[in-house]
Each structure stands twice: as C-alpha cells, then as structure tokens.
Ligand binder design. Structure first.
Ligand code: ATP
Ligand code: MG
Length: 421
C-alpha cells in the first residue's frame, strides 16, 4: 500500500457527496454577485513571483513563508501559485487597461495556495470568492461591500452566525507616525516579545498586533493605537462608513487592533468572524487598498475589495445543519440482455433530448438487483428494458416515488409520462 498515490498534504479532494453543498453555495453566490452588478474575471493560477512580493509585501506571513514558489526549469523564471486573488486581478486590470472608461466592479473565484500548517479550516489549497471595486473613492463603495456581505449571509442562512469587525488603518502619514510609536513601545518592552515579534520589530511592527500568540496579548492590547493617529480625512471616511452601517441596521464592533495580513490595505478594513468554527473563525476579510494599482504600475486608482474562505463558509453551513442533497435522476434505465443494453443507450439519449436527467445501469445483473439500484439512485422512474422490449421498440416505465403500475409504452409516451408526473 505504501506506494499508493495520495493527495498532497493540506490539499483536499472535493468528493461527490460534497458536491451539492458546493453547488448550492456557488449558485447563491452567482445570483448575489449579479444582483450587485459585478462581472467575473478569471486569471491564471500561476503568476510571476515578483507580483506577489510587490503587492502583498516582502515582510508578510504570506510572502515570507507561505508561498509555493518554484523555478520554471524551462526558462529559469520564478513562478508562484497564487496565494490570494487581489494581486492577480489588479495585474490583469492594468495589463488590459480595463479602467479606460471608468471604475469596474469585478469578482473572481477559485483555488488559492498557501504553505501553512494544515488544520481544521486551514488548508494548503483552499478556495476563495473575491470581490474588487476599482476606481471608486468611497466611502460608499466600502459600504456597498459591507451591505453586500451582510446580504450574502442572509441568503446562505448564516446571518445569525457571523459578526462584523471594522477598523481604519488611515493613510500613509498616520501609519508612519503610528509605526514610530509602535517601535518605541515594543522596544521598551523587548523582553516580552516572542521570536516572531522581535524579527518584525523593525521590518513590519504593525503585524506584531496581529499575533496569534496568547502570551503576547496583554502587551499588544496596551500598544499605541493607530486609531489615535488618524487625520481628519481618515476619521471622516470612517465615520461615514459607521453611520451607513447604523442606517442599514447592521451591527458591528470597532476592533482597533484589526490590521490584516497583507500590506496593501489602508482606510477601512473589516472581517466577518464566527465563534462556531474554533480558532479559524474569520470567514471573510477585506478593505480599501487605494495605493495598490499605482504600486503595480497603473494610474493611481482608489479600490476596495474582500475575499471569503469558501471551505470555512461551507463548514459553517454544515455546522448549522445545511448540508445539500445529491441530485436525483429523473429516470434510471434497467436493462438485461445484449440487445436491451444497446437499446437502453438509445432510449436514454432520446429521454435526454427531451431534457430529462437519466442514468443507465451498467455492469449487468438481474432485473431484481438492477431495480434495487434504480430505487437507491433516488430516480423518480425506472425504465425497464429486456430483449423483448428492445425487439419491439418499447419499454416498461414504472414510478418509483409514487404509487402506480409498470406500463408498457413507446419512448414518446415515456417522455410525456415522466414530464407530466
Ligand atoms: P487567517 O488570519 O485565518 O490566516 P488571512 O488573514 O491569512 O486569514 P486572507 O488572506 O484575508 O486571510 O484571506 C481571506 C479569507 O480566506 C480568510 O478570511 C479565510 O476565510 C480564508 N483563508 C485564508 N487562508 C486560508 C487557508 N489556509 N485555508 C482555508 N481558508 C483560508
Ligand atoms: Mg493567514
């Protein structure tokens, strides 16, 4: 058994039994995005490594230790499996000049890759649905994203299970002032810093605030607050966001230590959090990133976006009793005999031409054992074909979910019968 192939650690197969829940989620998400006028963008899963270094920041968890980066041996290029979607989306928007006629509302979905320690809610390949609005200075577009996400939780039946935390990171000047104060504060308490924090002290002190080490919490809680450094413009923007949330009746709390793990954020940042999934409780996160487009070589363009973790949302739907059910065929075609087998394939195609979902029994067996399979498939009708039926060009049609006798009928009659009941 030891040389049986296995999936890469932290990368999951999504099995047929999981399909209905994924499909239900995806169908709701598509309808929801359409209702806000967002267009889909699909970018490659691989990008130049430098894109992520420039966009996300050299001194972030993602770039320092979570990226799947390798050299393309054919040409020596350094490539990276995308760890998130915003960088690729902005790259594509600039490359194709998508903003030539004004702002754009975009969304994407698909697998992301991060080399993290696998655990519940944390995988090495996971899926995100992300939304980006480029070219809108806000705060109304920040609010759009918050109202949008709140609506999605209602559509998914999760409104009671998640809560909203928001913060403002201000602009570059307030961050520089705060950074200086943070460095002084942490230096004065250097003995209390863990290894990670010591390393971050001079490179990215803001990220120390995002530590998950419980021993560091008291120190971090008493640290200088970025909120106290915000200028009037940033405060005004933040007030407008808070007011709009109140107007819309969406409860939120201000978490002044919410910093996000990617460098490109400024002004509004937010997370939707649940208590029902243990430590991996953030199901959706985002905010403004007004500097990123210019930083990647485009014209200065305000922007705002968010991404949600699909596996975590599905886990939450399961936790709250919302598993989907497998799709059931309209008809299951039982066939015994060589010419019956050939006729069964033709009959199934004709039924599908009429828009019905049909499973043809494969692998032989008696009528009795095949009828058991038909029943177990959940199909509404059994179509029964033996060599006699095949010779006469007719079939037996038997309701499986309601009372009724097996009828001998033509294909056209079977279609009518199944469609009408
Ligand atoms: P965390 O603090 O949990 O590490 P993050 O700040 O790294 O999250 P983002 O980069 O903001 O996460 O990604 C947005 C969302 O994607 C997260 O809120 C989460 O729901 C999901 N996510 C991130 N990393 C993973 C992962 N390794 N496995 C599963 N879902 C993930
Ligand atoms: Mg992370």
């Amino acid at each position: 058994m030891s040389n049986t192939p296995r999936a890469v650690r932290g990368m999951n197969d999504i099995l047929p039994a999981d399909g209905p829940l994924w499909q239900r989620f995806e169908a709701i998400v598509r309808g929801w995005l359409a209702s806000y006028g967002y267009s889909e963008i699909r970018t490659p899963i691989l990008e130049q490594t430098s894109l992520f270094k420039r966009a996300i920041g050299e001194v972030t968890d993602i770039v320092e230790k979570e990226m799947y980066t390798f050299i393309d041996e054919l040409n020596g290029e350094s490539l990276t499996l995308r760890p998130e979607g915003t960088a690729s989306c902005v790259r594509a928007v600039i490359e194709h000049n998508l903003l030539f006629d004004g702002g754009k509302r975009l969304w994407y979905q698909g697998p992301m890759f991060r080399h993290e320690r696998p655990q519940k809610g944390r995988y090495r390949q996971f899926h995100q649905v992300g939304v980006e609005a480029l070219g809108f200075a806000g705060p109304d577009v920040d609010v759009e994203h918050l109202l949008m996400t709140a609506r999605l939780w209602r559509l998914l039946g999760l409104a009671g299970d998640v809560r909203l935390e928001i913060n403002s990171l201000g602009g570059p000047e307030s961050r520089a002032r705060h950074r200086q104060k943070l460095i002084e504060y942490f230096q004065a308490n250097e003995a209390l810093l863990d290894e990670d924090a010591q390393r971050r002290l001079h490179t990215n002190p803001l990220r120390i605030l995002d530590t998950k080490n419980p021993a560091m919490q008291p120190l971090v809680e008493a640290a200088p607050r970025l909120m106290d450094e915000l200028d009037e413009a940033a405060l005004g923007h933040f007030e407008a966001v808070k007011q709009a949330l109140q107007d819309a009746g969406i409860p939120f709390s201000v978490n002044t230590r919410l910093v996000r793990g990617l460098d490109y954020y400024n002004y509004t940042v937010f997370e939707w959090v649940t208590e029902k999934l243990g430590a991996q409780g953030t199901v959706c996160a985002g905010g403004r990133y007004d500097g990123l487009v210019a930083q990647l070589g485009g014209k200065p363009t305000p922007a705002c976006g968010f991404a949600m973790g699909v596996e975590r949302l599905l886990a939450l739907m399961l936790e709250t009793g919302q598993a989907g059910t497998l799709a059931r065929p309209d008809a299951y075609v039982v066939n015994v005999g060589a010419s019956a087998g050939r006729f069964a394939l033709q009959a199934a195609e004709t039924l599908r031409d009429a828009g019905l979902a049909v499973t043809v029994h494969g692998g032989g067996g008696s009528f009795k054992s095949q009828m058991k399979k038909a029943d177990a498939s959940g199909a509404r009708f059994g179509i029964i074909i033996g060599d006699d039926e095949a010779a006469a060009g007719v079939l037996g049609c038997k309701p499986l979910r309601q009372d009724g006798q097996q009828q001998r009928c033509s294909l056209a009659q079977a279609v009518e019968f199944i469609k009408e009941s």
